[in-house]
Design a binder for this molecule. Sequence first.
Ligand code: NAD
Length: 260
Amino acid sequence: MFKGKTALVTGSTSGIGLGIAKALGAKGANLVLNGFGDAAEIERLRASLSSEFGVDVAYEGADLTKPPAIESMVASIEKRFGAIDILVNNAGIQHVAPTEHFPVDRWDAVIAVNLSSAFHAIRCALPAMKRRNWGRIVNIASAHGLVASAEKVAYVAAKHGIVGMTKVVALETARTGITCNAICPGWVLTPLVQKQIDARAAQNGVPIEQAKVALLGEKQPSLEFVTPQQIGEIAVFLCSDAAQQVRGASWSVDGGWTAQ
Ligand code: NAD
């Protein structure tokens, strides 16, 4: 389906990004991984994805809080592969605290990774997509791009921002072969959420399993986690020809969270 195309998935050394990279690789896309982690483990991951899917897999270690690093990453991918055909802005971090106590450096970091990095990657990748008149931009927003929760001011602001950015880019590319959409997941059991479960278990003095059930029960009517594989399949659909007229959409995959 995507043979000969190149997909950059930011934050793909873990969690949802890795699920999306695998789903795109399984459909034949060459992959560029990005994200932090142990160098030897990342190299093992790179090599195993390449042999599993028979595609070219590169790794770019850009720190997405740094716009010049994003510019260099896009330039280096274009030099090697010609263009980024599929751009998945997935990298994200979380910090939980009441607004009046929210550390300013955490605000800056969450906005930089979860919002500004997508702007920089899109602005850098668009010219080559436009030259080929084909491109797919998929932004990983969140249920928190549509509704709020207390104590997540930076995350909710960034995710609402990315839903808005998705619409703007979709309008600006509406008469081209480039589409831009967002996916809005509910709870997915990744390291980002495990940290929140551990913190809640410690705070409330309850076992981890109990904290997990309570976390789901608060927001997610299905009482089941969404999986990275399920999000990967939605990304594949948004990148397919069938989704050519899906533009500026925010696709919820949240076990009913935002239906309430
Ligand atoms: P995760 O912690 O498993 O993975 C985050 C990835 O981002 C990692 O690869 C990490 O190395 C990378 N990253 C973080 N800071 C970076 C930086 N400065 N530069 C480069 N890479 C960086 O988290 P996840 O749960 O897989 O989250 C992925 C995306 O999905 C995020 O945007 C998150 O907000 C969103 N999301 C997650 C959930 C959930 O329940 N887990 C729900 C909705 C949305």
